[in-house]
Design a protein around this ligand. Structure first.
Ligand code: ATP
Length: 301
């Protein structure tokens, strides 16, 4: 096999709680992550040596700083040092958005090279590499399966509660959420800076993950929305009040709830029906260029 193409979906954080700071400097997280139907397309092609990245986007680095490059280097060094790959990133996920754009590309590269070169690394081995690349990469990797038919690679929607730095995953039953609107404002926010400015004493609302999971298990969209809380909003909205304004506007337009994803700045909202969601999408489209009306990524059953 000389070429492999994989969809690399974005995630949203339906809840995000920070439990404290760890001795290694990272924060202890508890967050529910859910893949949505917005994806980059990663094409990998056999190359005798060297890693080359090309993309339709001029907003991402094409060298060693690209997480896809880091992933390729890591797996190829484990498998066959010196082996190469051409990587084409069709970038559809907005960059620096809190939607795990870089992490999902890295995850797709790990599973894609494993497939292209028939490296036969096990899932735990791939997950270990993923966790070494970045906090969200293990989550993003978990939606990709090899088992469907021999030689076939399938990507399915994945939802999990992630703990630790985000790499300790407990998968949740798959649920299809329709009528999601995502708005990405023009600016970017540094994840590291948002975490460093978090003051847990100043947080007004923490997620109740127990109640969220009950609603999730029942597939109860109303209560799923009620229990969506992200503690990082307290920092990001203070730095960029536009995030709060987007949230309020989405609610005024009929959303069940609107929440910032990850450390921002993207805001997503769940609407009760397609008509209301489409109306909001049209209104926001006048002001925002990166705006999406979508649902969960393909359901896994
Ligand atoms: P997360 O939700 O995991 O915090 P994010 O969605 O906020 O991630 P990314 O889109 O991954 O952010 O981009 C963060 C930074 O990573 C950008 O400034 C970008 O230059 C860099 N980056 C490296 N590789 C990639 C990639 N393949 N795609 C997007 N950004 C990348």
């Amino acid at each position: 096999m000389q070429i492999v193409t994989i969809e690399a979906p974005a995630k949203i954080n339906l809840t995000l709680d920070v439990k404290g700071k760890r001795s290694d400097g990272y924060h202890e997280l508890e967050t529910v992550m859910h893949q949505v139907d917005l994806f980059d397309r990663i094409t990998l092609e056999f190359r005798s040596s060297g890693i080359e990245i090309a993309s339709n986007s001029n907003s991402i680095p094409l060298g060693e700083e690209n997480l896809a490059y880091k992933a390729a280097l890591m797996i190829l060094q484990e498998y066959q040092p010196g082996a190469g790959v051409n990587i084409f990133i069709e970038k559809n996920i907005p960059v620096g958005a809190g939607l795990a754009g870089g992490s999902t590309d890295a995850a797709a590269v790990l599973v894609g090279i494993n497939h292209l070169y028939d490296c036969r690394f096990s899932r735990p081995q791939l997950l270990k590499m993923a966790a070494a690349i970045g906090s969200d990469v293990a989550f993003c990797l978990s939606g990709h399966y090899f088992e469907a038919r021999p030689g076939e690679l399938v990507s399915r929607g994945f939802t999990a509660i992630a703990r630790g730095r985000g790499e300790l995953l407990e998968s949740l039953p798959s649920r299809m959420i329709p009528n999601i609107v995502i708005v990405k404002p023009e600016f970017e926010l540094s994840t590291a800076q948002v975490y460093s400015e978090l003051d847990l004493e100043a947080v007004e609302q923490f997620p109740d993950n127990g109640s969220f999971l009950q609603a999730w298990n029942k597939g109860d969209i109303i209560n799923i929305s009620v229990y969506m809380v992200n503690v990082l909003e307290s920092v990001s909205i203070r730095k960029k009040p536009e995030i709060g304004i987007i949230k309020s506007r989405l609610i005024e337009m009929g959303a069940l709830r609107a929440l910032m994803s990850g450390s921002g700045p993207s805001v997503f909202a769940i609407f009760p029906d397609n008509e209301t969601a489409f109306r909001a999408y049209q209104v926001f489209k006048k002001d925002y260029h990166e705006i999406y009306l979508l649902s969960s990524y393909k359901r896994g059953d």
